[in-house]
Design a protein around this ligand. Structure first.
Ligand code: PAF
Length: 299
């Protein structure tokens, strides 16, 4: 497995692979890799990528003031071992100066899709994401790029960018990977203390409850919002949003819905978690608690 440290190295490794007939698979990450990321390496192979490049870059542009850029977990040695074991062909690990050389002042921005939800609570976040991903796409060239569906709005935003700007990239969204108890895998889960880890299941419970209601025939947007929100409100310190939206436009659901995705962002102490579920389509994260069952009391 090659470890590429500069942009010229990434470009020439991908060009070289294509010259030999390979399909390039790009897996952009910020490191602190877990099974949710490593499943993307497998997915790239399933999509026919015979040269799979994982990129590891904690992108300062997508963190706002007061967010966790400084404490974002950095576990490069373990990440490289995991990538090698998973069969990645190359890992791109640039220094910030390689991605944003002095004088850097160009950005890529997707508008409407990024104004709600994460975009509302994290102004500038998606501009940072699309800028770095556009740059990675330009360096990698024609490829299949795999992103996790846990960052649902990010996936839609990148798909929009690719469509609008004509990148020669096929973007694939891979299903959320969960722990056995339903918690979506996230690099930020390692911040959670034992009590917070237990309470974090409030999100999976909320999604499962909305999904169960949907599968039982409930279609009213406000009712679904209420059902999803209650377990999150019970367990979390602060909610940014529990929203029921159209799966593609992200428009807030109103009245009776034909399709819907529930998106959640909420805080436990200093840790912010996000998750989502397309109702009746995605596998339920956990079985909803039986009617009348109470969540474990907060200490
Ligand atoms: O999802 C992430 O890890 C990041 O937002 C990404 C896509 C690697 C861009 O920095």
């Amino acid at each position: 497995m090659e470890v590429l440290r500069n942009v010229a190295g990434l470009r020439s490794a991908c060009d070289e692979a294509r010259r030999h007939g390979a399909r390039v698979g790009l897996i952009p990450t910020m490191g602190a890799l877990h099974e949710g990321h490593l499943a993307l390496v497998d997915r790239a192979a399933a999509e026919g990528a015979s040269f799979r490049v994982v990129t590891i870059f904690v992108n300062p542009l997508q963190f706002g003031e007061g967010e966790d850029l400084d404490r974002y977990p950095r576990t490069l040695e373990a990440d490289l071992i995991a990538c090698r074991e998973r069969g990645a062909d190359a890992v791109f690990v640039p220094e910030p100066g390689a991605m944003y050389p002095p004088g850097f002042q160009s950005h890529v921005e997707v508008t409407s899709l990024t104004e709600t939800l994460e975009g509302h609570f994290r102004p500038g976040h998606f501009r940072g994401v699309t800028t770095v991903v556009a740059k990675l796409f330009l360096l990698a060239g024609p490829c299949v790029a795999i992103f996790g569906r846990k960052d649902y709005q990010q996936l839609l935003t990148i798909q929009r960018m690719v469509e609008d700007l004509g990148f020669p990239v096929e973007v694939i969204g891979h299903p959320v990977v969960r722990e056995a108890d339903g918690l979506a895998l996230s690099s930020r889960n390692r911040y959670l203390g034992p009590d917070e880890r237990r309470r974090a299941l409030g999100i999976a419970r909320g999604l499962a409850a909305a999904d169960e209601a949907w599968r039982a025939g409930e279609r009213d947007a406000d009712t679904l919002r209420r059902v999803a929100r209650a377990p999150v409100a019970e367990a979390f310190d602060r909610i940014d949003y529990v929203e029921v939206v159209h799966p593609e436009s992200l428009a807030p659901g109103e009245g009776l819905l034909e399709r819907a995705t529930v998106l959640v962002a909420a805080h436990l102490g200093a840790t912010r978690l996000i998750d989502n579920l397309e109702l009746g389509v995605d596998p339920p994260p956990v079985r909803a608690p039986a009617a009348g069952a109470r969540a474990a009391p907060r200490p």
